[in-house]
Design a binder for this molecule. Structure first.
Ligand code: COA
Length: 260
């Protein structure tokens, strides 16, 4: 187990919670934090015993208020591409995780924070959460996948508007736009996130991972998602969990899935 400086990694049962832990800087993602996030998700991808991940921010004010603007003084045209590609690689690791990753958005999710939340498979937001891609106010654009994921999640018109105006939106508006799955009072964010996760933990783990793969295939131009779906469906039908699921239904009992 690695020791981290800017993130907290805790495990309860088969679920890991990663907390971005720089509350005095509203959990802004400096490079150290991005490196730690990448390492944490590499470890998660290698782990055999995990079934879910929750990502949240420390404190009551912010999930993540963006990339660390203080470090922008070190960025120039020569090193910025690498900066963006590294960030995209980390967030791709999250999106491609074979176990569900839920963002518990407990406040500001701006810039890289909105991008981090969008890389997760689902989002539960507090009523005081605020979302936005304010990079345009700094003379730049999102670089950790935001132009792509925001458009995928809420559609072109609203995504373009948010990225061109830099406006922040409320959690209620984010819900209307389909950017988040649920909005709950601030003190209920973890409870709702945990109950959503618990519901998924009851399902067949291999099938859960295959749903994630197939949905991700929609956004991969090099992949035929229908073919991925057919292949994944076939693989599911060869699992012990498929036999267990159908047998349990016929025997009118709850299935006990094993991930085999
Ligand atoms: N990068 C670095 N530091 C950040 C930060 C960021 N993205 N967002 C907040 N902080 C720091 C502030 O500099 C401040 O640090 P200080 O106490 O050392 O001065 C601390 O976090 C608290 O932020 P503050 O601005 O005082 O809080 P606020 O309640 O007045 O405003 C926000 C909250 C989110 C509206 C404001 O912090 C903000 O606009 N942040 C930047 C958002 C952004 O543009 N993100 C995209 C970056 S690409």
């Amino acid at each position: 187990m690695s020791s981290y400086k800017n993130i907290l990694v805790e495990q309860s049962g088969s679920v890991k919670t990663i907390t971005i832990n720089r509350p005095d800087k509203l959990n802004a993602l400096n490079q150290q934090t991005m490196e730690e996030l990448k390492q944490a998700f590499q470890e998660i991808n290698d782990a055999k015993d995990l079934r879910g991940v929750i990502v949240t921010g420390a404190g009551e004010k912010a999930f993540v208020a963006g990339a660390d603007i203080k470090e922008f003084s070190e960025i120039n045209e020569l090193n910025a591409r690498k900066f963006a590609e590294n960030g995209q690689e980390t967030f791709d690791l999250i999106q491609n995780c074979h176990i569900p990753v839920i963002a518990a958005v407990n406040g500001f999710a701006l810039g890289g924070g909105c991008e981090l939340a969008m890389a997760c498979h689902m989002r539960v937001a507090s009523e005081n959460a605020r979302f936005g891609q304010p990079e345009i106010n700094l003379g730049i654009i999102p670089g950790y996948g935001g132009t792509q994921r925001l458009t995928q999640l809420i559609g072109k018109a609203k995504a373009v508007e948010l990225m061109l105006t830099g406006d922040m939106i409320s959690a209620a508006e984010a819900l209307t736009l389909g950017l988040v799955n649920y909005v709950v009072p601030a003190d209920k964010v973890m409870e709702k996130t945990n109950s959503l996760m618990a519901k998924i933990l009851e399902k067949a783990p291999l099938a859960v991972g295959m749903v994630i793969d197939c949905v991700n295939a929609v956004y991969n131009a090099d992949e035929d998602g229908y073919q991925t779906e057919a292949n994944s469906f076939a693989r599911c039908c060869g699992t012990e969990d498929f036999v267990e699921g159908t047998t349990a239904f016929l025997e009118k009992r709850k299935p006990a899935f094993k991930g085999e």
